[in-house]
Design a protein. Structure first.
Length: 322
């Protein structure tokens, strides 16, 4: 496929949208790839990245090897993703600390609309599909009630989190940021990105070294997860599409409890920096919230989040028609 510079700019813009989705625990980067029409190419290109790349490089040169993995496409896409993640992480951290209800309201709207979008892809309903949705909804709900089973400061746990969260890059409907949230490592991942950037900008090597180590651990886990999951999940999506979509839909339905905007803190912990952070909480009604529940503005942001997915879906449809 011959592409112009403009084509790669557009791919990078799609990467920026995917990166934004991967930062927030709502809609997944895979969903954005699916909607924007690059999902199949992304999966196939990831599949081609293996040891064969070096064999082709040795026998036919770097140019042929680069073309064999669709390298220009992957470079443009992942450049956009990196730009988006680095630029949004600081904003997300600020909002998590200062406007949690409004931030989670927007996420809640994103997930609600994503449930409808993924569910609509099921083209044949059966008892098996309904049971899959029911079971995964219940399982996902109980996962959101669970206390994180390890400290996100543990290096082995960060490896595991990177390994699991990369699933968001493979299948539409699963948010990697949301998986990190359930595993209790979302704040750590956001802090890692911010500290990595701040360490470089401020020439603070201690801050940079600590953040870089966490980043490498997450990245190694992600690379391993990408190769382990890609073939199996891609096969499931192609050969058991309805069942796979049902599982994704159920998982997202149950996950709504985790991103419900109004919470009561049940347990806290002290992180590696000596700060008190939430370890376990529960969803409550807005009327039972201790403080300003910001109900009207929260409802507006839920609507905006919901509408965002509908607009992206409409743009995707228009592209396919064209």
């Amino acid at each position: 496929m011959t592409r112009r510079v403009l084509d790669y700019i557009i791919i990078s813009l799609k990467g920026i949208a995917m990166g934004a989705a991967d930062v927030v625990p709502g809609v997944s980067g895979g969903t954005i790839a699916f909607i924007s029409g690059i999902y199949e190419e992304l999966i196939e290109s990831i599949d081609k990245v293996n040891i064969g790349f070096f064999k082709v490089w040795k026998s036919d040169g770097f140019k042929k090897a680069w073309q064999s993995i669709n390298g220009s496409f992957l470079l443009a896409l992942f450049t956009g993703i990196a730009i988006s993640i680095l630029s949004l992480a600081k904003l997300i951290k600020w909002l998590l600390h200062n406007e949690p209800i409004l931030l989670w309201s927007f996420f809640f709207g994103l997930v609600l609309a994503s449930i409808l979008f993924i569910g609509k892809q099921i083209n044949k309903w059966s008892l098996k599909v309904i049971i899959a949705i029911a079971i995964t909804s219940i399982l996902s709900y109980y996962i959101t009630l669970a206390e994180p089973f390890a400290s996100p400061d543990s290096p082995y746990y960060l490896l595991f989190c990177g390994f699991i969260a990369i699933i968001a890059m493979i299948l539409p409907g699963v948010s990697g940021a949301f998986i990190l949230l359930i595993l209790g490592a979302y704040q750590t991942a956001i802090d890692t990105i911010n500290n990595l950037r701040d360490g470089l900008v401020q020439s603070n090597m201690e801050l940079f070294k600590e953040a870089f180590l966490n980043f490498i651990l997450l990245a190694i886990g992600a690379v391993i997860g990408l190769k382990v999951f890609s073939k199996a999940l891609n096969w499931m999506f192609k050969h058991q599409k309805n069942l796979t979509l049902a599982i994704l839909t159920g998982f997202m339905i149950g996950s709504l409890n985790k991103i419900w905007p109004w919470k009561e803190v049940l347990k806290t912990r002290i992180n590696s920096k000596g700060e008190e952070v939430t370890l376990l909480d529960k969803s409550i009604l807005p009327s039972n919230f201790n403080g300003d529940n910001q109900l009207v503005l929260a409802l507006v942001l839920i609507f905006i989040g919901f509408a965002t997915i509908l607009v992206l879906e409409r743009l995707g449809k228009n592209k396919n028609v064209a």
